[in-house]
Design a protein around this ligand. Sequence first.
Ligand SMILES: Nc1ncnc2c1ncn2[C@@H]1O[C@H](COP(=O)(O)OP(=O)(O)O)[C@@H](O)[C@H]1O
Ligand SMILES: [Mg+2]
Length: 475
Amino acid sequence: MFRRYQRTQEAPPPPKIEADPQEVAKKAKQRVDTAKRALSAGELADLQRESKRQERLLDVRMELHKRLLESLNLAALDRASEQELRHEIGAIAREGLRENGVVLNAAESEQLMQDLYDEITGLGPLEVLLKDKTVNDILVNGPTQIFVEREGRLELTPIRFKDDRHLMRVIDKIVSAVGRRVDESHPYVDARLADGSRFNAMVPPCAVDGALVSIRKFNNDKLSIDELIDYGAMTEEMAAYLQAAVATRLNILVSGGTGSGKTTNLNALSSFIDDHERIVTIEDTAELKLQQVHVGRMESRPPNVEGRGEVTQRDLLRNALRMRPDRIIVGETRGDEVIDMLQAMNTGHDGSMTTIHANSARDALSRLENMIAMSGVDMPLKAMRGQIASALNLVVQVSRLQDGSRRMLSITEVTGMEGDIISMQELFRFKRMGIDERGKIIGRFEATGLRSKYSERFAQWGFDLPTSIYTAPRD
Ligand SMILES: Nc1ncnc2c1ncn2[C@@H]1O[C@H](COP(=O)(O)OP(=O)(O)O)[C@@H](O)[C@H]1O
Ligand SMILES: [Mg+2]
């Protein structure tokens, strides 16, 4: 029988767009109107003058920017020193201001020069958004629509590119800096900016209404275990358990959806690794920020313009095995590196960790199976599962709930095989109990009452966890 598709609880809600620009403009006007009534006539005149002046300054800035683009030798830009460039920009700008009869005070003038400098050397209008610490993602839909994500919400910004060409110029600048190209014949590109942010662009004709750009800013401050506990992402008991698990070198898989906190948790878990161990990390985009001293970081590389020079995660992983690592951390397992990862876990590189895109611990295991099958390895299902069951010790499921909060939904141990099935036992879980009037999810973390299969091992390694942490609540 046909059943209507039901969204699972884990699926994050579509991002809310704050308001449409017309709404925002109307509200702003209302605020101004209210403010006006409260002002005296003199103050009002001042305010209007000031706002006229600001408008005019904006025009002048646009005008100057255009003039700069025309008069500066763009090809020579890369070779000019910062001082030369600032000098040149200053000269052209002052001339323009004089011609337009605009007089600025020292602070305004300094700000204007800085803005122009940023626009010329950096990423133009995007520069301020990149510098804004409260902005997580920047999403450009053509030259006149730029959204940002702040605290999990999307909002439209007043920032604009002058036109399609201006936007394309900035995109070109970004991609050529990383040795790539984007044009009609190769209309999309994925790259990493100098600060670690992730950049993706899709240009016309594939992008219908002007180039699409998404920038996921690199968050330099990774959350620590303590912060995750403070934020309600896990409990102290869960942290104590995970500390023992990491320190005693269990192989751990962190599973979750996009943006659910996989990388964050992997990073936080790695803080439990002993400082004397040699760790190598393998990622498609270097995001992990381990605190240990002895870390070898590697990043895969897509093919260059001629389609050559690709280095995959699998290549890196194979090479890593020859680098005498104590631990291997793969940022996210997505493809045929899975085979080598499991093999490494099974052959002495215990204590390895990775993440995977999946919605539950069980789902994570079937994703692994799928990846093995897709990689072309011909292995009976049972053998495949045996391989997984003996490699993996623990699956940590994280999730971004409907209210935007991120939590560790479950900690599950892989206990072996029962017939053809991989057996697991859940030790900790987040139990949802409802939703409050503001849409916040109410719930609590609880132990399931099962004791860790690795209790003995923990004790031998000096992590004698009290049995109370495994005790289920009585009600
Ligand atoms: N428990 C948490 N509380 C608040 N913010 C979090 C939490 N976990 C992760 N984040 C934030 O969520 C964003 C996405 O996290 P990330 O680990 O990159 O997700 P994933 O790797 O699953 O795509 C980051 O900005 C991170 O700082
Ligand atoms: Mg990630």
